[in-house]
Design a protein around this ligand. Sequence first.
Ligand SMILES: NC(=O)c1ccc[n+]([C@@H]2O[C@H](COP(=O)([O-])OP(=O)(O)OC[C@H]3O[C@@H](n4cnc5c(N)ncnc54)[C@H](OP(=O)(O)O)[C@@H]3O)[C@@H](O)[C@H]2O)c1
Length: 318
Amino acid sequence: MKYLTYRNGDKMPIVGLGTWKSEPGEVYDAVIEAVKMGYRHIDCAAIYQNEKEIGKAFKYLFDNNIVKREDLWVTSKLWNNSHRVDHVVPAIKQTLSDLQLDYLDLYLVHWPVALKDEVTFPEKGDDFVSLNEVPLAETWKGMEKTLAEGLAKHIGVSNFNSDKLQEVVDNANHNPEMNQVELHPLLPQNDLMDYCNGMGIHMTAYSPLGSRDRAAQMKKENEPNMFEIPALQDAANSLNISVPQLLIAWGVNRNTAVIPKSVNPDHMKSNLEAAEIDLSKEMMEKIESAGEKFRYVDGSFWTMEGSPYKMEDLWETV
Ligand SMILES: NC(=O)c1ccc[n+]([C@@H]2O[C@H](COP(=O)([O-])OP(=O)(O)OC[C@H]3O[C@@H](n4cnc5c(N)ncnc54)[C@H](OP(=O)(O)O)[C@@H]3O)[C@@H](O)[C@H]2O)c1
């Protein structure tokens, strides 16, 4: 397995298991199967509403000596309704209790978007809190407390563009070490990657396979299906691998972590094996030019009428 190395030498396995949309009733088995076949990195979030079940899987794995806590990398994320400085530590404590863990390896601010305390998903403009009211620098102070209290070993962000990252860095005692964003050949985000590389911030590629199991209301009409793009099929065939493996290997060969979600053991196995596939520079370029640029998880659910959040504030590209 390849790793990303953090500033203190800690190593995060480069391929992890995504758990968004992994339903209660299936995620327990998926996590146990994944660890048994060699996964050592699990990507979680409070908002996926399955952390309690994942916690039961972790307990089973530790109690039965299938993996040791220190050999497993667990990431989770702060939800948008807990951005106030005094809400961050209670939020991570809830996640730790659900996951049955004493610490997280990595804790991320899930989105640069704040919601009122009592709101889980916004339904109207009034459900939001603006970043003027709860600045990202305030939320970051709470994240730094999780480090100071030993609740997280590393802290970072998700869905941040370079302006927002810079705002955090300008006010930080401890810089973010990770930015988890959507990355795949249709959305390589090269400028953001250059910025993160320059700042020593690692990146994790989410929705690396195009997130096809998203709910219909989250999808746009005529979304491209990366599995069916002829140039990607040709490239995969030429290497005797599948398109999902090609997509994962592309992310790994850019030195980003990649966290494909699956609850299917055959998929999980072939996804993990893709971490070992080396791609030539020419192949990397061919893959990146395979299709028209597209963002699947576009954050438009944060920009409803009356919301203080606008699409142009979220992203720098597409
Ligand atoms: N930070 C954020 O805001 C954010 C946003 C989105 C995602 N994420 C994280 O990133 C993870 C991955 O992204 P995602 O869940 O959006 O989507 P994804 O990993 O791009 O795609 C998941 C879909 O691909 C299928 N799949 C997986 N492996 C396959 C294979 N080898 N062959 C064919 N189909 C395969 C899965 O079905 P099966 O289960 O049947 O295999 C599922 O339908 C999430 O689970 C979550 O942990 C984070």
